[in-house]
Design a protein around this ligand. Structure first.
Ligand code: HEM
Ligand SMILES: *[C@@H]1O[C@H](CO)[C@@H](O)[C@H](O)[C@H]1NC(C)=O
Ligand SMILES: *[C@@H]1O[C@H](CO)[C@@H](O)[C@H](O)[C@H]1NC(C)=O
Ligand SMILES: *[C@@H]1O[C@H](CO)[C@@H](O)[C@H](O)[C@H]1NC(C)=O
Ligand SMILES: *[C@@H]1O[C@H](CO)[C@@H](O)[C@H](O)[C@H]1NC(C)=O
Ligand SMILES: *[C@@H]1O[C@H](CO)[C@@H](O)[C@H](O)[C@H]1NC(C)=O
Ligand SMILES: *[C@@H]1O[C@H](CO)[C@@H](O)[C@H](O)[C@H]1NC(C)=O
Ligand SMILES: *[C@@H]1O[C@H](CO)[C@@H](O)[C@H](O)[C@H]1NC(C)=O
Ligand SMILES: *[C@@H]1O[C@H](CO)[C@@H](O)[C@H](O)[C@H]1NC(C)=O
Ligand SMILES: *[C@@H]1O[C@H](CO)[C@@H](O)[C@H](O)[C@H]1NC(C)=O
Ligand SMILES: *[C@@H]1O[C@H](CO)[C@@H](O)[C@H](O)[C@H]1NC(C)=O
Length: 316
């Protein structure tokens, strides 16, 4: 499930959608629209859902992988599947080769997208993605750069209620937290036992981010923070800052409130810098940009496939 695996399943999905869809011209609209495929490709969303369900049945960790993949796509050149590209057409490393994504990002096997970008640069990922060492101020500023509020940053961080993290993302920074008394000593002892002393970016050992209910999309993440059981420094920061601490308390107290806000914030994040009209292309193979000669025809018929929000898609 790591990024080194081939993306042939995803590419297969695109081909499948293209094969099943009726060859009707798509209406030209300048924004995302619910039901965009009602007539041109009524099966599109069912096919995506089916592919995701199959991947989840094979490995339930894919749920966390896909949520993070969506985030890391949207924060770098917008939600344009630039994170899926395995080759930087301009030369140099791609987004997925950048340390925040490599080797930790997963889910490349079931990609989809709206209109796809044709640029993918490591430097863009490094510049735009928040990291586990960021302070509350750094996190707030990083989300503000994407027009997301501090509260939305706290809401979306609740994704850490599922999924896993590599030792390099927390081990050394948490030693500083231990000295500051902002991590439970017992928790850090457990993490020290899990992680080799030689930990680096490629050390494979991982741990669950939410140590009590790691596979349930609940509000437990927020309840762990005041117990000094937040895994990353960045998670812990949410209760140390006067702007974000009240949000954490509110979501810990009311799971329904968090879930409502999570849905809205995910949809808002999914609208960051979406390619519309003639921008971008519809990739024939999710891992590589189209050859110059293959740029027409299918784009009119397949204006985009939905991603984790199966009811909202881009227009051509
Ligand atoms: C607020 C800034 C954020 C920071 C600093 C951050 C940092 C991290 C880090 C360091 C990991 C572990 C990576 C690894 O070592 O394997 C991680 C995992 C994860 N993050 Fe975030 N994150 C942030 C926000 C988000 C957002 C907005 C989402 C989605 C809406 C998200 C979803 C996830 C998920 C689902 C995982 C688990 C991935 C897996 O199991 O494969 N995070 N995050
Ligand atoms: C099933 O999951 C394993 C990891 O658990 C992964 O290596 C494999 O590629 C997955 N297969 C499919 C078809 O998604
Ligand atoms: C897509 O491109 C990648 C990278 O060139 C290649 O490994 C893969 O086989 C291609 N997939 C399909 C279905 O052609
Ligand atoms: C697509 O169908 C759904 C369900 O019937 C409907 O709610 C939606 O408005 C339709 N959208 C378009 C663009 O036709
Ligand atoms: C909390 O974050 C806000 C916004 O970045 C910042 O102005 C403030 O100084 C931070 N407070 C603390 C205690 O870090
Ligand atoms: C944020 O909003 C401003 C004003 O509407 C817009 O110009 C800018 O492109 C937006 N930034 C992103 C990343 O969506
Ligand atoms: C985070 O901080 C720790 C401790 O200072 C350091 O070892 C680690 O390299 C930093 N990680 C990143 C991604 O900057
Ligand atoms: C430790 O506390 C100091 C003083 O409050 C603070 O500046 C520093 O960022 C903290 N470091 C960690 C890793 O918590
Ligand atoms: C880390 O992972 C490696 C490889 O899976 C394993 O051999 C080792 O026992 C794990 N734990 C530590 C503390 O090294
Ligand atoms: C929890 O939040 C929901 C959704 O906003 C709200 O309807 C409900 O009244 C809240 N519950 C409490 C006990 O405040
Ligand atoms: C990407 O597409 C744009 C048009 O959408 C084009 O101008 C540009 O040359 C393309 N870049 C690459 C690297 O293919």
């Amino acid at each position: 499930m790591r990024m080194t695996t081939s993306s042939s399943v995803g590419a297969g999905l695109v081909v499948l959608v293209a094969t099943v869809c009726l060859l009707l011209p798509a209406a030209t609209r300048a924004q995302l629209q619910v039901g965009f495929y009602n007539t041109s490709c009524p099966n599109a969303e069912a096919l995506v859902r089916q592919a995701v369900a199959a991947a989840f049945a094979n490995n339930s960790g894919i749920a966390a992988g896909l949520i993070r993949l969506h985030f890391h796509d949207c924060f770098v050149r917008g939600c344009d599947a630039s994170v899926l590209l395995s080759v930087n057409p301009g030369g140099g490393k791609t987004e997925r080769e950048a340390p925040p994504n490599n080797p930790s990002l997963r889910g490349f096997e079931v990609p989809a997208g709206r209109r796809d970008g044709n640029v993918s640069k490591e430097g863009d990922a490094l510049k735009n993605l928040p990291g586990p060492n960021n302070t509350a101020t750094g996190l707030i500023d990083g989300f503000a750069a994407k027009n997301l509020t501090a509260e939305e940053m706290v809401v979306l961080s609740g994704s850490h209620t599922i999924g896993r993290s590599h030792c390099d993302s927390f081990l050394f920074k948490n030693r500083e937290r231990l000295a500051n008394g902002t991590i439970s000593p017992a928790y850090q002892a457990l993490l020290e036992a899990l992680c080799p002393p030689t930990t680096n970016q490629f050390t494979p050992n991982t741990t669950e981010i939410d140590l009590s209910t790691p596979t349930v999309l609940d509000n437990n993440y927020y309840k762990l923070l005041p117990l000094n059981l937040g895994l990353h420094f960045s998670d812990d920061q949410l209760i140390r800052n006067a702007t974000t601490a009240p949000n954490v308390a509110a979501f810990a107290a009311n799971e329904t409130l968090w879930k409502e806000k999570f849905i809205s914030a995910m949809i808002k994040m999914g609208r960051i810098e979406v390619n519309t009209g003639a921008q971008g292309e519809v990739r024939l193979n999710c891992s590589i940009v189209n050859a110059p000669s293959s740029s027409t025809g299918i784009e009119m018929l397949l204006p985009g496939t939905s991603d984790d929000r199966a009811d909202e898609v881009a227009t051509s």
